[in-house]
Design a protein around this ligand. Structure first.
Ligand SMILES: [Ca+2]
Ligand SMILES: [Ca+2]
Ligand SMILES: [Ca+2]
Length: 310
């Protein structure tokens, strides 16, 4: 069992802060490119090889980004994209109004904290919405075909044409631990911690329960690829299907509660959780996949341009 399976006292409903900025209009998800396509996997664990260049969310998905999604798609909220704990002391989003006309706002000072109390299915709906152009874009099709049987059997996988997606385990692992030896990395091109190091201090990330809550994304240093908060803050769902009866989804990177000893920030700690779990120390990160067709067109364009230059 992963260390996340211990019971945490749920956020008590002490309402703090006041409804602040409403989140309307299209959002931008900052990403950084992860190059070194075709890298070898970590010889210690077998993870981390990705054949293509992709862009990964610079940070965990934030309350402000998720609130914009809620305002676009959860006026009635039949899929429970909102969790009432989001309005509590560990969350960052409040809901007003009645079903059919719900509106959402971020809590003052927590706009840029990672969204939490979200399930893996909430994450797939968020990226379907991104894939479908935001606004009134569909949440049930696109990057992930979300059929009720697929959800109940936990068998849903990424569509090959996905533009946005929840990170795969290898995409997450590579962004977190990879750094080629030739580019200043460890001897085997993989670090043990997502901080591009083989050890981590409490000052390097939000972990060890020092902060005691989530912290604004980007509060700690970025790693080799320029990615923040892969270590700690919220633990992040990935697409991997694993565990007894394939009932779980992958989790990586540890959380604000991760222990300084025997911690789960490390590359050799493969975590998992039920895809329906919604707690204060779970969140997610997205990837943006450049369309193969546009890459091919660019290549063809390059050939044409080269021929014209002759
Ligand atoms: Ca939910
Ligand atoms: Ca190593
Ligand atoms: Ca994290």
């Amino acid at each position: 069992m992963s260390s996340d399976c211990f019971i945490r006292a749920a956020a008590i409903a002490i309402f703090i802060g006041s409804a602040a900025s409403s989140a309307l209009g299209d959002i931008t998800i900052p990403t950084v490119p992860i190059g070194n396509a075709g890298n070898a996997p970590d010889p210690t664990t077998g993870y981390g090889s990705v054949a293509y260049t992709y862009n990964i969310g610079t940070t965990e998905v934030t309350n402000a980004q998720y609130a914009a999604f809620l305002n676009a798609k959860a006026a009635a909220d039949p899929f429970n994209l909102f969790n009432p704990n989001m309005a509590g002391p560990f969350g960052g989003i409040t809901r007003s109004g009645s079903s059919g006309s719900y509106t959402y706002a971020t809590i003052n000072g927590r706009e840029n904290n990672p969204v939490n109390f979200v399930s893996f299915w909430d994450a797939t709906r968020f990226v379907n919405w991104l894939h479908n152009g935001q606004g009134q874009g569909d949440t049930e099709t696109g990057a992930y075909p979300l059929t009720s049987t697929g959800i109940s059997s936990n068998t849903i996988t990424r569509h090959s044409g996905a533009i946005w997606a929840v990170t795969s385990e290898d995409e997450w692992y590579k962004a977190a631990y990879h750094q080629p030896t030739s580019q200043g990395g460890d001897g085997d091109s993989y670090w043990l911690f997502p901080t591009s190091s083989n050890s981590a201090l409490l000052a390097d990330a939000n972990w060890g329960n020092v902060v005691g809550n989530t912290s604004p994304v980007g509060s700690f240093a970025a790693n080799f690829y320029g990615v923040f908060d892969l270590a700690g803050n919220v633990r992040e769902f990935n697409e991997a299907i694993l565990g007894p009866d394939d009932a779980f989804r992958g989790m990586r990177g540890g959380s604000m509660y991760s222990s300084f000893f025997g911690n789960d920030l490390q590359a050799d700690s493969r975590g998992f959780a039920y895809p329906t779990t919604e707690v204060e120390y779970y969140g997610f990160r997205v990837v943006q996949i450049p369309a193969p067709s546009s890459v091919a067109l660019l290549a063809i364009g390059g050939v044409i341009a080269a021929r014209r230059r002759r």
